[in-house]
Design a binder for this molecule. Structure first.
Ligand SMILES: [Zn+2]
Ligand SMILES: [Zn+2]
Length: 291
């Protein structure tokens, strides 16, 4: 039974990992961070977590220190860069903590609990999911389903274009919306209607900007998109802020800053995702008054 209650005025988003494919490393990657995909949304007392890349490890330490007892985790899909931090997420080892794990059936239709067991198996890892002492509840869904982690939080989902499948999310609360769309490939010259509908007038959108348009041909069918496509979608959907996300492991700080500046010149509401970056979403009423 959930005890957390949400408060309409309180909606904060924290980036714990913005890199894709592999963690980064080295002194040239300090500004944007080395951790792979993990974004936390704090809505009142609710803690929603999107993906369990290595960014979920420092998040788990922080949650344990704060004694967070209820967590809703949503996977975009289970490629390594989105799940590799899961066995090291400290709240899973804390009795009295409830963690719900939502996984959209991608293309194979296997239950989430089975996918997690499969991921944490010998000899690749010395521990299986039995080692966890938190109360873990698996919630399987299909892309397109509407999820309601709390009475006043709606999460719309949609299928993305990615090998083995992936799911995009749009979290709505108190007249505000944040979209988390990563690991999706666009068809050049064609707008992805699934992504557009998740983006429509959202305050903040995260988008897979692994590549530049000029690289798309070389990486066709890898399942990723470009920063230019992110800008086109953000402009078309009327979003507030575009967060460039799923940075390639080889991109250093200088290159990411260059991409961020180029995107900003076309769409000023662009930022490149960095570990530790936060967004405070103004109440819808305050935004309306500000015009
Ligand atoms: Zn990925
Ligand atoms: Zn992937």
């Amino acid at each position: 039974m959930r005890t957390a209650q949400t408060v309409a005025e309180d909606f904060e988003v924290v980036v714990w990992g913005a890199r894709g494919t592999l963690p980064g490393s080295g002194p040239c990657q300090t500004e944007f961070g080395t951790e792979t995909c993990c974004v936390e949304m704090r809505i009142g007392q609710c803690r929603l977590v999107f993906d369990a890349g290595t960014g979920i490890v420092p998040l788990g330490r922080w949650m344990a220190a704060e004694d967070v007892k209820e967590i809703d985790l949503f996977f975009s899909h289970v490629h390594y860069d989105h799940i590799m931090g899961f066995p090291f997420f400290m709240p899973l080892y804390r009795p009295g903590t409830r963690v719900s794990v939502s996984l959209g059936h991608m293309l194979d239709g296997r239950p989430g609990s089975e996918l997690i067991s499969d991921f944490m198996r010998a000899p690749f890892l010395p521990i299986g999911p039995k080692v966890f002492s938190a109360d873990i509840e698996y919630r399987d869904f299909k892309p397109g389903d509407l999820l309601k982690p709390a009475p006043d939080i709606r999460i719309r989902t949609a299928r993305l274009n990615h090998p083995n499948g992936a799911v995009g999310y749009r979290v709505e609360h108190g007249g505000r919306a944040v979209a988390y769309v990563t690991d999706t490939e666009h068809v050049p010259g064609k707008t992805d209607q699934n992504v557009l509908s998740l983006f429509e007038n959202a305050d903040v959108v995260f988008y897979d900007t692994s590549y530049a348009d000029a690289e798309m041909e070389r990486f066709r069918n890898f399942g990723h998109s470009s920063w230019e496509e992110g800008v086109r979608l953000a402009k078309r959907a009327g979003v507030g802020q575009l967060v460039l996300f799923h940075h390639m492991p080889m991109r250093d700080d200088d290159k990411l800053a260059e991409i961020e500046a180029a995107a900003r010149a076309i769409f000023p509401g662009t930022v490149a995702g960095r570990s530790g970056m936060t967004f405070q979403l103004a109440p819808a009423r305050a935004r309306a008054e500000a015009g």
